[in-house]
Design a protein around this ligand. Sequence first.
Ligand code: NAP
Length: 280
Amino acid sequence: MVGLIGWPVEHSVSPAMHNAAFEALGLDWCYVPLPVRPGHIAEALAGIVALGFGGVNVTVPHKQALVPLVDELSEAARAIGAVNTVIVMDGGRTTGHNTDAGGFMRALKALPFDPHGCSALVLGAGGAARAVVYALATNQVEVTVLNRTPERAEALVEALRGFASARLYAGPLIADRLRKVGANVDLVVNTTPLGMWPHIEGSPWPEELPFPAHALLFDLVYNPRETRLMCQARAVGARACNGLDMLVYQGAEAFTSWTGREAPVDVMRDACLAALQGAA
Ligand code: NAP
């Protein structure tokens, strides 16, 4: 047994994605949604150990709260300050990982996009941004983080400076900064929820400001598959992708850490798409 701890969890596509993968490989495993109220994560962790689970994924609002509760932390989980995957080992010891960073980097490289020697602009400074900036900075990408609340961008950059030697900058998410920073970057990553269903007209990029045509847009939003921001990027000829492959690859990394098997990513992607279509 494995599952997803969060609150709420009923709209997640992870059960469909992982159960399709188990079935494809003929593994006698099952992935279940595990709704856990805020403030009850310590009991939930003890519960999955007691029940003999192989591990869990963890989502909002418990990712940060798990950091001091697991027995061991991976370098990525420590740097990002959030656990999205727990492995329960024989004897009940727990290890906390963060597969968002690896999932993002694998999806980026699969496009293909070679981050070597690049500079990036990250929009937003929440939990997902932290994983993305960690992934980029540990691949020597220079990163500027612009956020509605600039203090949060500053705090993110400060927290990650100790883990990577890449140059990191922070500032407010305003048109003037987008224009100046955007003119010189190879990659723009949207980590805000703007544009996500049902508010699909939202975008962090002002309509009156052309998206930089030379940059690749990576939007972490995957529902809808074509976001408003992706349309803005494509309108000027820029390459653009959504966050579906990041979701699939972070799931694939978790799958492998639990089962020791290579994940069937095409099966997982198809299952996600089917689940998203069913939910729409
Ligand atoms: P979060 O921790 O709540 O952070 C949200 C960020 O977006 C914050 O920086 C926030 O700015 C900013 N923001 C929110 N509303 C905004 C608005 N109206 N205008 C400007 N900025 C706004 O959320 P998260 O966990 O990082 O997730 C962010 C998005 O990434 C979600 O859409 C999530 O579904 C997606 N995601 C995708 C994947 C994937 O695998 N594709 C993985 C993880 C997350 P403030 O700091 O000013 O509040």
